[in-house]
Design a protein around this ligand. Sequence first.
Ligand SMILES: *[C@@H]1O[C@H](CO)[C@@H](O)[C@H](O)[C@H]1NC(C)=O
Ligand SMILES: *[C@@H]1O[C@H](CO)[C@@H](O)[C@H](O)[C@H]1NC(C)=O
Ligand SMILES: *[C@@H]1O[C@H](CO)[C@@H](O)[C@H](O)[C@H]1NC(C)=O
Ligand SMILES: *[C@@H]1O[C@H](CO)[C@@H](O)[C@H](O)[C@H]1NC(C)=O
Ligand SMILES: *[C@@H]1O[C@H](CO)[C@@H](O)[C@H](O)[C@H]1NC(C)=O
Ligand SMILES: *[C@@H]1O[C@H](CO)[C@@H](O)[C@H](O)[C@H]1NC(C)=O
Ligand SMILES: *[C@@H]1O[C@H](CO)[C@@H](O)[C@H](O)[C@H]1NC(C)=O
Ligand SMILES: *[C@@H]1O[C@H](CO)[C@@H](O)[C@H](O)[C@H]1NC(C)=O
Ligand SMILES: *[C@@H]1O[C@H](CO)[C@@H](O)[C@H](O)[C@H]1NC(C)=O
Ligand SMILES: *[C@@H]1O[C@H](CO)[C@@H](O)[C@H](O)[C@H]1NC(C)=O
Ligand SMILES: *[C@@H]1O[C@H](CO)[C@@H](O)[C@H](O)[C@H]1NC(C)=O
Ligand SMILES: *[C@@H]1O[C@H](CO)[C@@H](O)[C@H](O)[C@H]1NC(C)=O
Length: 530
Amino acid sequence: MKLPTWNWLTLVASLLLTVASGNHRDVSHRRGFTPQALEDLRARSLYGRDTPVADRLYYTNATKEYFVESLPDIPKSFMTEMYSGIIPVNMSDDSRGFFYVFQPRVGPPVKEITIWFNGGPGCSSLEGFFQENGRIQWSWGQYSPQINPYSWVNLTNMLWVEYPIGVGFSPGNATAINEEEPAAEFIQFFKNFQTIFNISDYKIYVTGESYAGRYVPYVANAMLDQNDTTHFNLSGALVYDPCIGSFDYANALSVYPFIEQYNNILGFNHSYVSSLADRDKKCGYAEYRKEYMHFPPNATQPPLYLNSTADPDCDLWNEVYDNAYGVNPCFNVYEPNLQCPLLSDPLGFPSDLIYSYPGLPPYFNRTDVKKAMHAPVTTDWELCTGPVFVADGGPEDYGDLSADPLQGVLPRVIEATNRVLISNGALDLEILTNGTMLAIQNMTWNGKQGFQKAPSKPIVIKIGDIQYEEVFESSGLGGLDSYQGVMGVQHFERGLMWAETYLSGHMQPQFQPRSSFRHMQWLLGRTDAL
Ligand SMILES: *[C@@H]1O[C@H](CO)[C@@H](O)[C@H](O)[C@H]1NC(C)=O
Ligand SMILES: *[C@@H]1O[C@H](CO)[C@@H](O)[C@H](O)[C@H]1NC(C)=O
Ligand SMILES: *[C@@H]1O[C@H](CO)[C@@H](O)[C@H](O)[C@H]1NC(C)=O
Ligand SMILES: *[C@@H]1O[C@H](CO)[C@@H](O)[C@H](O)[C@H]1NC(C)=O
Ligand SMILES: *[C@@H]1O[C@H](CO)[C@@H](O)[C@H](O)[C@H]1NC(C)=O
Ligand SMILES: *[C@@H]1O[C@H](CO)[C@@H](O)[C@H](O)[C@H]1NC(C)=O
Ligand SMILES: *[C@@H]1O[C@H](CO)[C@@H](O)[C@H](O)[C@H]1NC(C)=O
Ligand SMILES: *[C@@H]1O[C@H](CO)[C@@H](O)[C@H](O)[C@H]1NC(C)=O
Ligand SMILES: *[C@@H]1O[C@H](CO)[C@@H](O)[C@H](O)[C@H]1NC(C)=O
Ligand SMILES: *[C@@H]1O[C@H](CO)[C@@H](O)[C@H](O)[C@H]1NC(C)=O
Ligand SMILES: *[C@@H]1O[C@H](CO)[C@@H](O)[C@H](O)[C@H]1NC(C)=O
Ligand SMILES: *[C@@H]1O[C@H](CO)[C@@H](O)[C@H](O)[C@H]1NC(C)=O
């Protein structure tokens, strides 16, 4: 998730409104689950196994305090070996640390760790754990938790970390004014983690989404600085719908062609679309795309900064965002093909609106869940909090003073690993695919600027539908769901893989888990193409 700064005001205001209107009153009394409902969902669970002590790969005297025996409302059969809790930055001082969930691969053991960060800035990586690439999935509109058959835990050891300090349960005051500081703290945490779990000589992969498009390259870069392949053998990185380049401006630049192509799902009227087309020209956006969207690029893009106060008529992305809610109150900037109803969300945040069914509190804010996960019971957990960057300004006004990663740290990570994947969901309206592509075309890595050829090779997804297979069978439609086919476009040059993902918004592992599974197979070196 990536929120424009001004959205925090809206968020706080809507939270206050929710509280004032008493919507929270029955939250603490009910969980929304009857014993019969739990029995039903156990009966429906198709996968899962218990992990006897002997099968636990990482269970020792040092780790047992983090071991998760069971989770409220999650059938025991869903549980595999899993650890969570807080590990401090400095083991002799617990005032600052990171809350993590570690889940070893379900399947043959591997000597590798994949780290996942959500964005915001200020949003918890437990979103990824619970709704994107984790094994236990309780996502938008799901009445009860399920096993996610496309979990990355099928492939690798996963480590979700609430980042930077101040997010979720990670203790300490938010002090970051740039990307370097939290990355340095992460390095300390990760050393401690490896000591506690007796891990060394693992391959390390750093992944994330949205604002983590900044975290991932800076954390990976800090790992390279360690000169320590025993603990920091960085082997690849992946970012989804990333905040790289001049991302706010790139959204303004790219939004009109997006509307032109996808207005069938947004429903703007003809005169509004024409007004956007006019201003797309008047503001110089059409011309800019013509000049700079080239393969290979024929120039460096000039620095861009959109001053929306001085130039409100050219603030096209924010205007589209505001107007979309009128046409469709269930407008979801992260997945704009959704219509009403607004989906219930066990994490309380199914679009930019704060919502769940009454009686379904944010899962990680429940006292029983906090206890089960070794989280501090006195910390109020919210999916997104902030601000977690506390400087004034920064290149994109997020209180984060670090340079755009494209200008140094990301090229270095590509050159060091030759295995970096940048991907965007074609339907994402939060970070537009062509904005991300413009950003890549302004980056120089492994000796050249940008991609030399336009992406054109299809991504063909042959993984069958495992999740709903049985429902298709029992509905008499067995087999119709077996094959997805062409689900995107890939392109590889000089260590960088690009993937556009069709039929996906912002949270790709949530919306196109099979494509994401494929991305991970590539990242981990199990295949050479997508
Ligand atoms: C684990 O702790 C127990 C109890 O303190 C002790 O008896 C045992 O030797 C320890 N095991 C190891 C491998 O250190
Ligand atoms: C870790 O914390 C201890 C206790 O507060 C302090 O003495 C020590 O200097 C800290 N270490 C580092 C590297 O900051
Ligand atoms: C993931 O593992 C489960 C077993 O735990 C299996 O049922 C499922 O098919 C696997 N998914 C994929 C995509 O291979
Ligand atoms: C966080 O900041 C508050 C007020 O600024 C202060 O009272 C508190 O001690 C700080 N907490 C830590 C862990 O530094
Ligand atoms: C740590 O792992 C090594 C093998 O990687 C093993 O030999 C050693 O016994 C382990 N130590 C503990 C305390 O589990
Ligand atoms: C890593 O190596 C570089 C170049 O040799 C050196 O400048 C840097 O200080 C080293 N870093 C650490 C943490 O030792
Ligand atoms: C580091 O990982 C690479 C794969 O990314 C592997 O080829 C290499 O052997 C590893 N190095 C060490 C020292 O483990
Ligand atoms: C993205 O850019 C490509 C190449 O310029 C163009 O063909 C395509 O229509 C654009 N798509 C959108 C959704 O803007
Ligand atoms: C790049 O080349 C195209 C023609 O291939 C041209 O239209 C455009 O003006 C050029 N852009 C720059 C910045 O030179
Ligand atoms: C393109 O890259 C140059 C050089 O790194 C940088 O100065 C400029 O700000 C970038 N342009 C955009 C639009 O990000
Ligand atoms: C944006 O424009 C307003 C009004 O013209 C001006 O006061 C402000 O300084 C500008 N902000 C920046 C960062 O240039
Ligand atoms: C989390 O729980 C606390 C205490 O029960 C409550 O005050 C707070 O409003 C809850 N937060 C959310 C986002 O529901």
